[in-house]
Write a protein that binds this ligand. Structure first.
Ligand code: AMP
Ligand code: TRP
Length: 326
């Protein structure tokens, strides 16, 4: 149960929710797992992309992975389109999938809703995701709970193929990121912090400057009680800020409640600004160092070579079992 694979789309700005909910766990996993982290550019083109911006986003996300602590000596970091096995296995799996099961995917239904014509890529998206996972004999896939349906489809395809063609793929398992790690929008703590929300002050992106961070935190929605006490139901705003505080400090929720007894939200928020700015500073520094470096390109090329070495025999195994080729 050692191989870990996860993918992240090269779109939007990585925010505190992504960092605390996903990236931080990716960094922890690499200590005792054989991790492969992929920037899924072929998934990004299932919706319209500006080619120049896409290329920049791919490198931004790659640099952020490294900046938060993914270590290319321990983990493989690469760009999906650099390993042609993803597209190839995508087609081979397509031939074992059914239009009915793909039509039932909620992400496809949501993204296609109200549109006159829906891109075929959006429909095929989950099959390509299954290819990403099965191509590496993956045991564990750390993802958000919203991806559960795609993981189940991957498992169905895996079982279907193993039953029909003999042992081919390793059956992967989803490892769903902790709900407790959910970070809520700063302007509306009943919603998840998200890349796509209209109000930029609803989120803090990892590369935001101090003044933006300050503005977002100082303006964050709280309640009128003015008491710093953790209660996600009755006081979601301040509780969300306390969660962020805990993530960037050595203090527990109880420590924070004690520390701010008798103090107001203003004092707490001011301290939180400093804590978040200081916490993100080394990430920003490392990002700046590496983003435009040759080192980044080398790491991604090396990652693609290492990924390809694992992928080729798995693909051969499947082609062999399918009876295609000579
Ligand atoms: P997305 O931004 O939806 O592509 O998500 C990328 C990863 O970050 C997924 O694994 C999500 O589970 C995680 N994530 C996204 N938003 C949040 C949030 N507000 N709180 C915690 N984790 C999140
Ligand atoms: N669909 C995932 C998301 O939107 C991204 C993804 C693509 C992925 N391929 C993957 C995640 C393989 C895990 C494993 O978040």
């Amino acid at each position: 149960m050692n191989r870990v694979f996860s993918g992240v789309q090269p779109t939007g700005n990585i925010h505190l929710g992504n960092y605390l909910g996903a990236l931080k766990q990716f960094v922890e996993l690499q200590e005792d797992h054989d991790c492969i982290y992929c920037i899924v550019d072929l998934h990004a083109i299932t919706v319209a992309q500006d080619p120049k911006e896409l290329r920049e986003s791919i490198l931004d996300v790659a640099a952020l992975y490294l900046a938060v602590g993914v270590d290319p000596k321990k983990s493989i970091v690469f760009v999906q389109s650099s390993v042609s096995g993803h597209s190839e296995l995508g087609w081979l799996l397509t031939c074992s999938s059914y239009t009915g099961e793909l039509s039932r995917m909620t992400q496809f239904k949501d993204k296609g809703k109200g549109k006159e014509s829906v891109p075929t890529g959006l429909f095929m998206y989950p099959v390509l995701m299954a290819a990403d996972i099965l191509l590496y004999d993956t045991n564990v896939v750390p993802v958000g709970i919203d991806q559960k349906q795609h993981i189940e489809l991957t498992r169905d395809l895996c079982n279907r193929i193993n039953n029909k063609y003999g042992d081919t793929f390793v059956l992967p398992e989803g490892r769903y990121l902790k709900e407790g790690a959910k970070i809520m929008a700063l302007d509306d703590p009943t919603k998840k912090m998200s890349k796509s929300a209209e109000n930029p002050l609803s989120r803090i992106s990892l590369l935001d400057d101090e003044s933006k961070i300050k503005k977002a935190i100082m303006k964050a929605t709280t309640d009128s009680e003015g008491v710093i006490k953790f209660d996600m139901e009755k006081k979601p705003g301040i509780s969300n800020l306390m969660n962020i505080y805990v993530s960037f400090s050595d203090l527990s929720i109880e420590d924070i409640e004690k520390k701010y007894e008798g103090k107001g939200y203003g004092d707490f928020k001011k301290d939180l600004v400093t804590i978040v700015v200081d916490g993100l500073a080394p990430i920003k520094k490392r990002f700046e160092e590496i983003r435009h470096s040759d080192e980044l390109i080398e790491i991604l090329r090396d990652g693609a070579n290492r990924a390809n070495e694992i992928a080729v025999p798995v693909l051969e195994r499947f082609k062999n079992n399918l009876g295609v080729g000579i």
